[in-house]
Ligand binder design. Sequence first.
Ligand SMILES: C[S@@+](CC[C@H](N)C(=O)[O-])C[C@H]1O[C@@H](n2cnc3c(N)ncnc32)[C@H](O)[C@@H]1O
Length: 374
Amino acid sequence: MDSLTSGKLTLADKSVSASRPPLFYHAAAVLGRRQVAVGLRTRGRTPRRWTNGGDGGEAGDSLGQETDVEAHHTPVMVREVLSALQVKAGGVYVDCTVGEGGHSLAVLGEAPGVRTVGIDKDTDAIATAQRRLGGHPGRVVLVQGNYTHLDNIVREHGVRPVDGVLFDLGISSLQLETGVRGFSIRREARLDMRFDTLQEVTAHQVVNGYPERALADIIYQFGEEPGARRVAREIVRSRPMETTTELAAAVQRAIGRRPGSRTHVATRTFQAIRMAVNEELDNLNRGLDQGIDVLGPGGRLVVISYHSLEDRRVKSTLRRAASDCICPPGTPQCICGHKASIRLVQRKVIRPTAEEVEANPRSRSARLRAAERI
Ligand SMILES: C[S@@+](CC[C@H](N)C(=O)[O-])C[C@H]1O[C@@H](n2cnc3c(N)ncnc32)[C@H](O)[C@@H]1O
């Protein structure tokens, strides 16, 4: 637990205080078998106001105190997350998708002495979370990396087993609204869509380099786009393609307008390409397994997903882990030797309230599932 007492932003082997002013950091991250050169430049913008300290100086440690740092993302189902995590005094919680730190902030304020480890692939998100969680010095560790390294990360920080693990999947408003990241259909930008801007594969490579068949499979499987073959054909015909606007226009040429639909005709294709670029479903499978493994008895796993593909994976992984037998149906006698490692906190998925959807329309597709480690 000692390593959580110093409030570190960790880029694997280098750490900096979460309450220091934004600087330029450079470090090599060695996590598991992956070695990544990590350069994180936090934007030079100074927080407008720290409620309990100067400009990023030592802030106070009072519970639930939110530093007034500009955030783009409204965290979803906060009340439900806190209730499912059953945050307890002195507990350690891992926010695997810390984003701008909205959920972490709520967890830190929920009980005395709570500590959090926040992970995100996105250096901009980590920089914002660092400023936002600065009001809890000594209780926050931030790690720029992939949550598929969760097990290594908690071991490295000496906090395994932990009391709770949260995954809030998908994309943040910060990413969507930052035009240059290339996530938004409505903002012209170079085709990028990387959560981790240090990763090599971009949407540009997928769109311009993948064979038509592979593109069609991606768009069908990850976007559940019925017109996937037509879209893939039109993308290949329109190559080379540089921008989000060109991609959206190609999809529109392939499918035409969808009368009555409130979403853009290219929404499914953009989602599919983003999921392929970031290997989202593979990461989810690996992350969930580790999320269960790192929990101590009674620890809680909470997952918020935003579309049926993700939710199906979450549901089946949790059901399997909660089962004492995973033999194929019809096997006369159990031969698998599987033992349940979790119990489902509730059988049915939890949805946001109508009030939340009204206040934050981006929450409308959220589905929360929770489990408890046995
Ligand atoms: C919906 S946002 C989280 C928002 C956050 N709960 C908040 O309150 O601000 C999802 C975040 O997950 C991050 N992410 C997606 N896949 C990841 C992965 N495999 N490892 C680490 N972070 C990931 C994204 O970069 C994004 O910042």
